[in-house]
Design a protein around this ligand. Sequence first.
Ligand code: PLP
Length: 375
Amino acid sequence: MQFIDLGAQYQALKAQINDQIQAVLDDGRYIGGPQIRELEEKLAAFVGRKYCITCANGTDALQIAYMVYGIGEGDAVFSPDITFISSTEPSKMLGATSVFCDVRPDTYNLCPESLERQIQAVLAEGRLTPRAVVAVDILGNPCDYDAIIPICRRYGLILIEDAAQSFGASYKGKRCGAFGQIATTSFFPAKPLGCYGDGGAIFVDDDELEQLIRSICVHGKGPRGKYDNVRIGVNSRLDTIQAAVLLPKFRALVDYEIDARQKVAERYNAALGAHFTTPFVQTGCQSVYAQYAILAKDTETRDRVVAHLTEKKIPNMIYYPTPQHALPVFGSEPSYGERFENANDYCARTLSLPMHPYLDEVQQQTIIDTVLEAL
Ligand SMILES: *Cc1c(COP(=O)(O)O)cnc(C)c1O
C-alpha cells in the first residue's frame, strides 16, 4: 500500500503522459517550450487569475514573491505556526523576521485573532515594520480569507497565499491561488497537482507584477533579454517535460480527482468521526485533502495508532511533528508572548492516513479497521 499512490495515477494516465513527454523529446525545446505557456494559460484560467508564471519549485515561488516586494531587513512577515518551512524560510534568507501566529483550533489554518494580536505587538514594540502575511492553506484546506483580507487591508500588509497544498481547493466560489496580491503553489510529486520532479508556480493579476516576476525568474533580465540584467534575480524555471506531465494530470484533477478526494475523505470521516477529530472544512469551501489528518484524543493514543499502523505496514505520517516557533532554526524569532496553544495541541495529536484519488474502498477499509483496532 502507498501513502500517495502515484503509480496508480500513472497507470490511469500513462498513454497521455507518455505522448506528451514524447512530443517534447521530438520537439527539443526542453526549456521554455510551448507546453509551458499552454500550462500557464490553463492554470491561470482555472484559478481565476490573469497570470500564472511557472518556476522551479514551490519554495522558489515563495522566495520570488518576497523578492517582488523587496521584503528584507527590518520587515516582519506574519505566518501560521503550522506549516512547512518553505513558507517562512525566504523571510530568514532575505534578512526579514518571521512572526508566527497561532492557528485556528478547527482548520489549523492561520488564526485571524492571533494574527491581529501579533501585528499590534510588532507595532507597539516599534522595532520591525509589518510588511506581509503568508496565509497557508494547510492540508489542502483554504484559510479564512473573509477574516484575513480585512486585517491585511487595515494594516496595509501584502497578502501572499501559499497554495502549495491547496491547488484545486476552493473558498466560497473562488479557487485557491486566487487570494492575496500574489499566490504560489508547488508541483512537488506528492502535492494534489504534482509533476515528476520539482516544479512551482506564481499567480498574480497585476501586469507590472507579472513582468517583474518573469524578470526575477531569469536572473533579473531586462527589456532586451537575459543578457540585459537590470536587477538581481534567480534561475527558476519549470522544465518543458514537467509541463508535459502536468497537462494531462491537470485535466484529470479537474475532471475527477478533486471529486474522488472528497469521496475518500467522506468515507474516512464517517468511519472515524466517533473516535477522532476529523477534518473541518468551512461552509462554502472545499478542501483537496493534500493530507487527510485526524487528531487523536491525546498524544499517547496518537502514538499507539501510529505504532499499530506501522506494524501492520500501513503507511502513515505526521504533518507536522513540530510547530514553526519550536524549530531550532527559528529559536531567535520573537514570539511576543504568543503561547501557540492550538498549534502545540495540533502537533501533539495529529496523524495522517493514506489519501489519494485512486484509493479504493477495500484498501481504505483495511486502513480504517487497522486504525480502530489500535484503540
Ligand atoms: C510543499 C510546500 C511548499 C514548497 O514546495 P516545494 O515545491 O517542495 O519547494 C511550500 N509551502 C507548503 C505549505 C508546502 O507544503
